[in-house]
Every structure is written in structure tokens, then in C-alpha cells.
Design a protein around this ligand. Structure first.
Ligand code: MET
Ligand SMILES: [Zn+2]
Length: 770
């Protein structure tokens, strides 16, 4: 049975975040396991019904079954029964959620970003003794249940090679890949079980194939994928296999995919390209090797929210046919990274309301695009000519809409010079700042946010609803700022923060104030587990035309003689955590944001701020998966940070914050940011990153986090002191700052006070010894 056009996956959280509500209610004891199973099944059924309504076939395997209670990588861990030893004694849902979130006696699996997205997966821990078998039949049961409702779905599962490449070793010895044979054996049994249940097709995702940023080289990954899937494809009694390489360019590994012999191959033609027939021929792959096989051409972007240029997509489909396979329409990735439906949205701004609906495609609209293009390739493009013309008209209308191209913004970016991105000599800056600030050695500070209490969040919600007016809201926020300042003074912190009470989110706050952005009300996407974010939509040229952070900062500074940091979010992070226009290069978007921030930096400096922090926690996340694109990315991202910050006087101190510690590939870029002080995550790795920094000759201020704020645990003075003693082994004490790993907004006040008290005490203790 041949595969029809399809999507690689659908959002899992629910149009109204039904999954979030059900799962959180289960955690809180509101519903039991049966209640959760019922809610989850109802959502799954509703999603299937919706996809059929949108034009996918009910019984032709075009419906992806990619639902998950928490995370697709965790689902494989569960499928394999591959829980680390410390989870012994737990089973079923208790085990599943303990792996995800820990429980009173066990720490959860680590969480990290899924490729270059803002989705987080749970990192499997695989060692020589990890149990691995076909231990859990959820995938099969879901298939069977859907079958009972009248749907033939296509289960979607992370492939074995990607699973192990993304795992970390459990214990000291060996690599997770040492267990590949065991994992493959379990997948083999899964294939049999799915065949027995009546599955026609199953989809396996091997995105590790498109990344150079993993611990295993890409050529090795391609080799393993070829070996593993050649073996699995040779099994009897199995469903047809769609092997997908989403999230990037698979052209180099395409021959390996062909050689596996699987029935269908899925490629990302949004971020990636197809190999040429010549390059295939060089690898010994000819069109006859592809004859009778299916190529799912991912021409519809799965991770951004713009309507597809349908004519361009049709051209790609046409080109794909040249390879010899049967070409079908697909999405480039699962749609799990985009919200459900633009129809849920209205914008307060009438111009946006009129325009954005036509410009955007959330998941449901993308399904519509796939269905339409499918009709085009089956019955000829002329049969969809009217839709193609309408789409071209929308794109043209968009390009001409006010705000999309603002001459003053374009000219200002074009006029940026190297000098605009360069600060003066560091030694001179350092002396000027020391004289201005008069700080002790090992100055203490925090990263920006203070606990966002329920009252603060309620006040913001009431303000958004119009239940309290601007004046009342402002008064409420000022109260919170005053509390934060007083507290830091009492604790004897050296460089204070205002606490960010007025910010709903470190990106959305700026998106709401800058020109060129729209924010959604219902545009939720899963960030991890039950956590969702609403990325803002960057649709036009960016500029600052409103008052932003200065009044809040000025108020905070008016309360104290100690320096209060101005606090901004950097260009790369704003880009990474928004849905960004694609009609101009990201480098240009970054410079536009940089100049808008440069204006805000200047306004803070003008108001008297002696220390200004520009956070770039997403610098590593956006690193392209292709090694060949690293240098260009690092050049424009660093250049944008420099453009935002280099306008200040030598005596104004620029801080940046990067809350991760895997610096390897970007260490030179971090130095090139040329911040006077850089705070980084270091507590969990016990300052591991510092010797590397030293080796690289990094010799500007650095604040390795000593308090792991991802855990509710209060670090003791002894523990903090020992970390600082480790730090002074690698960092000149004159350059060392003392701070937590990241902002405190998810922490409570009690633990914050206790931890900061200890942090200041530890700083003083070590200060006294140097
Ligand atoms: C994810 S990085 C967070 C930085 C921000 N200034 C905060 O403290 O919340
Ligand atoms: Zn952070």
C-alpha cells in the first residue's frame, strides 16, 4: 500500500492545551491514571478527527501518531524500559513521570534542547547495565485504539541511532552506542508487534543525520543509520517504513538512506536540499534504485509560522521527481513546534488582524497546504492555479505592507560600520569602571529576575484583562521592585537588579514594546513536558519607538546608592525565541534588533546606569547544525551583540549572561562579544568550564554560577566557598564575580533568601583570603 502525502507530526498539547491541563491535574492528584488515560485518548481522537477534516485520509496511514504524555525521547526510554538504576521500584506512569520530573527521592533525567529548536527532550542515560528490551506497548496500543475509532495511523518514533547519539553514558565507562544491537533488537520486536496489530506504515525519525553538533561525527551517524536500517528493513513481517531525516540538510547522507532499502524516505527541503543526480551517481545511486520507492519531500516548513510560498514549493516537488522516486508532499519536520490554528487568534491591532491571518500558517493551515500541493502534483498544477495565484497575491501584498520595510531602519542598518561594533581598549575600560563603581573583590550580583510570585502574575493578568488600570499596575510593580532592592541591600549584595517583576517573559516583554512584532493570545507551543510558550511573531522591521526599561530602572536606582543593572535581552535570544520573518536574512533582522537595543542601552546610560546587562542565553542554541554555516552565524550573532552594546562610554560596564556551559564550539565567539563581565552556568559541572576559558586566554570579567537555580536546594556556605576556591584557581580574582547560574524567577522567596545569604557569606569568606 503506497503512502499518501502527509505531515511528519502534529502538535500534541491540544488546541486548548488539554494535555497540559490533564497531565498537571494528574500530578496534582486531581485525576487518577484512568482519568489521565481517558483525557489523553480523547485529545488524540479529537486531533485525528481534525486532521481528517483538514483533508488527510482516515485509513491510508497519512495520519501521524506522534502523541506523547511528555516527550518523544522519553517515550523511547519507556518503550525500551531503559530507566537508570536509581528509578528501581517504580513502574508505569509513576516511572514515566519520575524520569521526567523526579520525585521526592530521585532526580529526573537531564533535559536539553532538541537540535536547534527551543523544544527540550529528556536525555537518556545508557550504560553497559541499562536494561533494554521491548518493554512497553503504548505505541502499539495507541495504534489499536485509533483503529477501533476508524483511523489507520502511522506511528512516529525516534530512530535508534538518534536515540543513542542523544543519550549520555550512565557511569564512567563506554558509550551509549555500545548498546546499539540491543536497542535495534527491541525495535525489531516493535516492528513485528505493529505489523501484527495491522499497521501499514511506521515512521522513524533520525534527525541526528543532519547535525554536525553532536558528539558523534556525522559520517559515523550516517554509517550507523545505513547499517541499522538495512538490517531492520530486511526483517519479514513488518510494516512499511518511512525513514525521515528532518531538521536540516540530508543531501550528503541521502545515498545512505537509499541504500537501507526502506520503502520511503523523508527529507527536509525547507532547511535542506536534495542531492543532485550527479552526486548520487558518484555514490553509485541511480534513478532505478529509487524507482518504486517514495520520497516524502518536506516542502512545508514545520517550525515557523509563515504561509508557504506554494509556487516555490511546487518547483521543489518538480525537481525532486528528477531523482526517480515517487514524490509526495510532506512537512520538513513534525508540526510540534508550531501552534494549532490561526483561526483561534485575533489581534487587537486592526491592521495586524486584517493582514496576519493571510500571512500565517499554523499547524492546521500547513496541513491544508500539504493537501493542496498534493492535489497539485496528482492532478496537475493547473487544477490548483487559483490557489497558487491567491497565495502569490498574499505574498506580494505582504511585501508591500507598511512596517514590513521601513526605509529609516534599512538605512540605519546599512550604515553600520566596524567602529559601531567596537568598544575601546579593555584595560582602559576596566580601569574606568573600577574607578566609577568602587566594588570589592569578588563582587556579588544576580542574573536579573527575582521570584515571580503568584501575586505578581495575578496583577499582570488583571492588568491585561483591564481589571486594574495602568497606575494601579505600575504601583504594584514598584512595590515589588522596592521589596527586591531592600532585600538585596539587607543581604549586602554589591550590584543589584530590579528583579524583572514587570516582565511576563524576557523576550515577549520586548516584543510587545518594539515595532515589528505581534504577540499571540493562543499561539502556544510545547517547550517541554506540560510547559508551553507563546513565541512572538517578528513580521516587520524592528525599531524602538516607545519608552521601555528606563522608568523601571530609574525607580529601582532611586531607592539605593548601590549600582542597579540595566537589564536587556540580546538580539540572538529575541530571534531564537520568536517566530521570525524569512523574507530578509537573519543577520539583518539581528542588526535591526541590535540597533533598537542600542537605543535602549543609550537611554539607560543617559539615565545614569553604570552597569547594563544584555542577556544572550540562546547564542549556543541557534548555532546551525551544519558545520559549514557556523562561521557565518557566529560572525553575525556576535556582530549584532557588539552593535547593541558598543556605543557606551568606557566607564559603563557591559555584562552578558549565557546560561549553559557547553562552550566548546563557541568559545571564541563568547570572547568576541567583548562584554566586560560574562556570567555562565557552572554550578552543576563544578566550574568545569573555567580552565577551558583560561586556556583560551579569556581575560575579562567572568561570573561562573555557583548556585544551581534549577533545583530547589539551598547550597551551603561551605559548598559555595569550595566552588569559589576552585574558581580562583583558573580566574584572576580581580576578574571573578559571584552569582547564581541564572535568573530566580522560578524560585520561591524562602530559598532565594537563604541561598543568597550563603552566597554573600561565601564571597566574603573567599574575599578575605586573597
Ligand atoms: C534564561 S536567562 C534569564 C536571564 C534573565 N535576566 C533572568 O534573570 O531571568
Ligand atoms: Zn539564564
Amino acid at each position: 500500500m503506497s503512502l499518501p502525502s502527509t505531515i511528519l507530526g502534529y502538535p500534541r498539547i491540544g488546541r486548548k492545551r488539554e494535555l497540559k491541563k490533564a497531565v498537571e491535574s494528574y500530578w496534582a492528584g486531581g485525576i487518577d491514571a484512568d482519568g489521565l488515560a481517558a483525557a489523553e485518548a480523547e485529545l488524540r481522537r479529537a486531533n485525528l478527527a481534525r486532521l481528517v477534516e483538514l483533508g488527510l485520509g482516515a485509513d491510508d496511514s497519512s495520519l501521524p501518531e506522534n502523541s506523547s504524555l511528555y516527550d518523544q525521547v522519553l517515550d523511547v526510554t519507556h518503550l525500551l524500559g531503559a530507566a537508570p538504576e536509581r528509578f528501581a521500584g517504580r513502574e508505569g506512569l509513576d516511572l514515566y513521570f519520575a524520569l521526567a520530573r523526579g520525585d521526592s527521592s530521585v532526580a529526573p533525567l537531564e533535559m536539553t534542547k532538541w537540535f536547534d529548536t527551543n523544544y527540550h527532550y529528556l536525555v537518556p542515560e545508557i550504560g553497559p547495565d541499562t536494561p533494554i528490551s521491548f518493554a512497553n506497548r503504548d505505541v502499539v496500543d495507541r495504534f489499536t485504539q485509533a483503529k477501533g475509532w476508524g483511523y489507520t495511523t502511522r506511528p512516529v518514533i525516534v530512530g535508534p541511532v538518534t536515540y543513542l547519539v542523544l543519550s549520555k553514558p550512565a557511569g564512567e565507562n563506554g558509550s551509549p552506542l555500545d548498546r546499539l544491537d540491543d536497542v535495534v533488537a527491541a525495535y525489531g520486536e516493535l516492528l513485528t508487534a505493529l505489523a501484527e496489530a495491522g499497521a501499514q506504515w511506521v515512521q522513524f525519525d533520525e534527525p541526528a543525520l543532519v547535525s554536525d553538533n553532536l558528539t558523534v561525527p556525522r559520517t559515523e551517524i550516517a554509517h550507523l543509520v545505513e547499517q541499522v536500517w538495512t538490517g531492520l528493513a530486511a526483517r519479514e513481517n513488518r510494516p512499511n517504513i518511512l525513514l525521515a531525516a528532518p531538521y536540516g540538510d540530508s543531501s550528503a547522507v541521502f545515498p545512505a538512506l537509499v541504500r537501507t532499502g526502506v520503502e520511503a524516505i523523508g527529507v527536509d527541503l525547507d532547511r535542506g536540499t536534495l542531492p543532485t543526480p550527479e552526486s548520487l551517481a558518484n555514490e553509485g545511486v541511480s534513478p532505478s534504485d529509487l524507482a518504486g520507492r517514495t520520497l516524502v519531500a518536506g516542502v512545508v516548513d514545520g517550525r515557523n509560522i509563515w504561509a508557504t510560498d506554494l509556487s516555490a514549493a511546487a518547483e521543489k516537488l518538480e525537481a525532486a521527481r528528477g531523482l526517480g522516486a515517487d514524490v509526495l508532499v510532506g512537512t520538513a519536520t513534525s508540526l510540534q513546534h508550531v501552534p494549532h490554528d490561526t483561526a483561534l487568534e485575533t489581534w487587537d491591532d486592526p491592521a495586524l488582524n486584517e493582514n496576519l491571518h493571510a500571512w500565517l500558517a499554523f499547524a492546521d493551515q500547513k496541513v491544508g497546504e500539504v493537501v493542496l500541493l498534493d492535489r497539485g502534483i496528482r492532478t496537475g498544477l493547473d487544477s490548483i492555479r487559483a490557489e497558487l495565484d491567491a497565495n502569490a497575491a498574499v505574498l506580494a501584498q505582504r511585501a508591500a505592507t507598511e512596517g514590513v520595510s521601513v526605509p529609516a531602519v534599512r538605512e540605519r542598518v546599512a550604515a553600520l560600520t566596524g567602529a559601531d561594533r567596537t568598544r575601546g581598549d579593555y584595560a582602559e575600560r576596566r580601569a574606568a569602571q573600577a574607578a566609577r563603581l568602587g566594588l570589592p573583590d569578588l563582587p556579588t550580583t544576580s542574573i536579573g529576575s527575582f521570584p515571580q510570585t503568584a501575586e505578581v502574575r495575578q496583577a499582570r493578568a488583571a492588568h491585561a484583562r483591564g481589571d486594574i488600570d495602568n497606575a494601579a499596575y505600575e504601583a504594584r510593580m514598584k512595590e515589588e521592585i522596592e521589596r527586591t532592592i531592600r532585600l538585596q541591600e539587607e543581604l549586602d549584595v554589591d550590584v543589584l537588579v530590579h528583579g524583572e517583576a514587570e516582565r511576563n517573559d524576557m523576550v515577549q516583554y520586548f516584543a510587545e514594546l518594539f515595532d515589528g512584532f505581534a504577540v499571540t493570545k493562543h499561539g502556544w507551543v510545547q517547550s517541554y513536558g506540560s510547559r508551553c510558550t507563546r513565541p512572538s511573531i517578528l513580521w516587520g522591521d524592528v525599531a524602538k519607538s516607545r519608552e521601555m526599561t528606563v522608568p523601571w530602572w530609574s525607580y529601582a536606582q532611586s531607592l539605593t546608592d548601590r549600582p542597579v543593572k540595566g537589564m536587556l535581552t540580546g538580539p540572538v535570544t529575541i530571534i531564537a525565541w520568536s517566530f521570525v520573518r524569512r523574507d530578509i536574512p537573519l543577520s539583518e533582522v539581528a542588526d535591526q534588533i541590535a540597533l533598537a537595543l542600542r537605543d535602549e542601552v543609550a537611554a539607560l546610560e543617559e539615565a545614569g546606569a553604570a552597569v547594563i546587562q544584555v542577556d544572550e542565553p540562546a547564542l549556543r542554541e541557534l548555532l546551525p547544525l551544519d558545520q559549514s554555516r557556523h562561521a557565518d552565524y557566529l560572525a553575525w550573532s556576535v556582530g549584532a551583540f557588539n552593535a547593541a552594546t558598543a556605543g557606551v562610554e568606557p566607564a559603563t560596564q557591559i555584562h552578558t549572561h549565557l546560561c549553559y556551559s557547553e562552550f566548546g564550539q563557541i568559545i571564541d565567539a563568547i570572547a568576541a562579544l567583548d562584554a566586560d563581565v560574562t556570567s555562565i552556568e557552572a554550578a552543576r559541572s563544578r566550574m568545569e568550564v573555567l580552565p577551558d576559558l583560561k586556556e583560551h586566554g579569556f581575560a575579562q570579567g567572568v561570573g561562573p554560577g555557583v548556585w544551581d537555580i534549577h533545583s530547589p536546594r539551598v547550597p551551603s556556605v561551605e559548598e559555595l566557598t569550595s566552588l569559589l576556591e576552585l574558581a580562583v584557581e583558573s580566574v584572576d580574582p580581580d576578574l571573578l564575580w559571584v552569582n547564581p547560574d541564572c535568573g530566580l524567577k522560578t524560585r520561591g522567596y524562602e530559598e532565594t533568601i537563604a541561598s543568597l545569604t550563603n552566597l554573600v557569606a561565601a564571597a566574603k569568606a573567599v574575599r578575605a583570603t586573597i
